[in-house]
Design a protein around this ligand. Structure first.
Ligand code: FAD
Length: 452
């Protein structure tokens, strides 16, 4: 088989590349996807009348083109929501983000957090050019907020000591309130909508799978092949071995598989690239989805963060609170997220027992609650760990892939922390580069930041 552009992976990045290449007149392109459906991490599964995503997959639309495209793809199958996100800590429910909502916590904790923040304003700390996340958090939010939320929550999520983590990932994802917002949030119940995810959209029916399905439906028949696992890529011969298809020869290659997976399949690679590959770190997200025979099991909250060590999960959400059609009447759904180092063996039965115990300890599940569905949907590569080795490793790898004529894009192909809209835009920019089309300007960092 031969194709001009071979696209590895049928998630949003791969599908978007194929769509935009088509729009620029490239008909000869092939997307190969290992699973039996498209969508990758932005896919859904159904079980027992529930539709489950890989945890929560909410649409944050910040770019005019991305917004227009996604809304056009989903047509009337989309609804807008105002985030209802909470934090459970010290036995109290407080609003997200923690740094601007400490009222409700034990009084001494709220005072420690507010006073620590004010200290940072009155006595700013000097930071090195590339600070570690822990020092940065103390300098930005103060010791109290770092101690009670930033450190325990992020160590749970990233599975690493925060002094080993850079701040390269956090610009858009960690909202920074003003001093008055911090004081206000310590004294009153303030529902100011901070952060990049303050509002979101979500399909009315079919879970987030509706989005990749709509992208795939716009492609000509035969462009996407599911059940087609990439087994090996010969970068010199420009040929890939694909299960069910045999050898596929290409002119240009677009990778959207996780970079670690791709590099393990690709050859030949120089020693420096193989060494860089070995230094890549990531987390797997162990996602347990539950169908509960009771309404509003998480109250009216969309999702909640759990910084404390006594809970094995860092976040729990309820899709039936933003998509009632995702659960049968009289039921609710829960997605529970626990993080483990990538590639580590996990005793799933033990983790499941600990999760159920934690959900009862938090008062989410009650004695006698019936679970009609328990479904694990793990994400093998969930979060790229931004440690101090990442930047140099990624530079070495991309320099080589560039010389070999390979584009590696998307959240995992580019080895970064990003969201669905950005992934779709990655595919557009990749198609533009491949066709030599002048690119739409990259969004300035501030454009996506949208702090409030
Ligand atoms: C826990 C979590 C929560 C998230 N929540 C949100 C959210 O609320 N909002 C948001 O906008 N974004 C969210 N994201 C990010 C979003 O999932 C990604 O930005 C996006 O889906 C990435 O798409 P992709 O195409 O780059 O990668 P992927 O979706 O991973 O696509 C890669 C594809 O490659 C396939 N593949 C792998 N190996 C092979 C092989 N050997 N052969 C062939 N195919 C292969 C995979 O099956 C997959 O389909 C979240 C991510 C995670 C992990």
């Amino acid at each position: 088989m031969k194709t001009d552009v071979l696209i590895l992976g049928g998630g949003l990045a791969g599908l978007s590349t194929a769509r935009h290449l088509g729009g620029l007149g490239v008909r000869s392109r092939l997307v190969v996807e290992a699973k039996d459906r498209v969508g990758g991490t932005a896919g859904s599964r159904t079980a027992g009348g529930f539709t489950f995503d890989y945890t929560g997959h909410l649409l944050h639309l910040h770019d005019p083109y991305g917004r227009a495209l996604i809304l056009d793809l989903l047509k009337d199958n989309v609804a807008a929501h105002e985030r209802r996100a909470w934090i459970f800590s010290r036995g109290a429910w407080t609003r997200y983000p923690f740094q601007a909502n400490t009222r409700g916590l034990p009084f001494a904790v709220a005072v420690e957090c507010a006073a620590g923040f004010l200290e940072t304003v009155h006595r700013p700390r000097r930071l090195p050019r590339r600070p570690d996340f822990l020092s940065w958090s103390r300098a930005t939010f103060g010791d109290g907020i770092t101690r009670h939320f930033m450190r325990p929550y992020n160590e749970k999520l990233w599975g690493t000591d925060l002094s080993r983590l850079t701040t390269d990932w956090q610009g858009r994802f960690v909202p920074k309130p003003t001093a008055s917002e911090v004081v206000y949030g310590a004294l009153t119940d303030s529902n100011a909508l901070f952060g990049y995810n303050a509002t979101f959209r979500y399909p009315v029916r079919g879970g987030i799978q509706a989005l990749p399905d709509a992208l795939a439906a716009g492609l000509e028949p035969g462009v996407v092949r599911t059940g087609a696992r990439v087994e090996a890529v010969d970068l010199r011969e420009k040929a890939a071995r694909i299960a069910g298809l045999g050898e596929v020869r290409y002119e240009r290659l677009v990778n959207t598989l996780p970079l670690n997976v791709f590099l393990d399949l690709a050859a030949p690679l120089p020693a420096a690239v193989r060494a860089a590959r070995r230094s890549l770190r990531w987390n797997a997200v162990w996602n347990l989805n539950l169908g509960v025979v009771r309404e509003k099991v998480l109250g009216d909250r969309h999702w909640a963060y759990f910084p404390e060590k006594r809970f094995p999960f860092y976040r729990v959400g309820s899709a039936s609170n933003f998509s009632p059609s995702s659960a049968p009447a009289g039921h609710s759904s829960l997605y529970v997220e626990a993080s483990r180092p990538g590639g580590a063996r996990v005793d799933v039965r033990r983790l499941e027992a600990a999760i159920l115990k934690g959900l009862r300890a938090a008062g989410i599940l009650r004695r006698g609650d019936e679970l009609s569905v328990k479904e694990w949907m793990p994400i093998d590569v969930g979060y790229v760990v931004y440690d101090f080795a990442r930047e140099a490793a990624v530079r070495t790898i991309f320099r080589h892939l560039g010389k070999a004529g390979v584009e590696s894009i998307g959240r995992y192909g580019a080895w970064k922390y990003s969201f669905m809209e950005e992934t779709i835009l990655d595919g557009r920019r990749c198609a533009e580069r491949l066709t030599g089309t002048p690119s739409a300007p990259e969004p300035a960092p501030g454009e996506l930041r949208a702090l409030k």
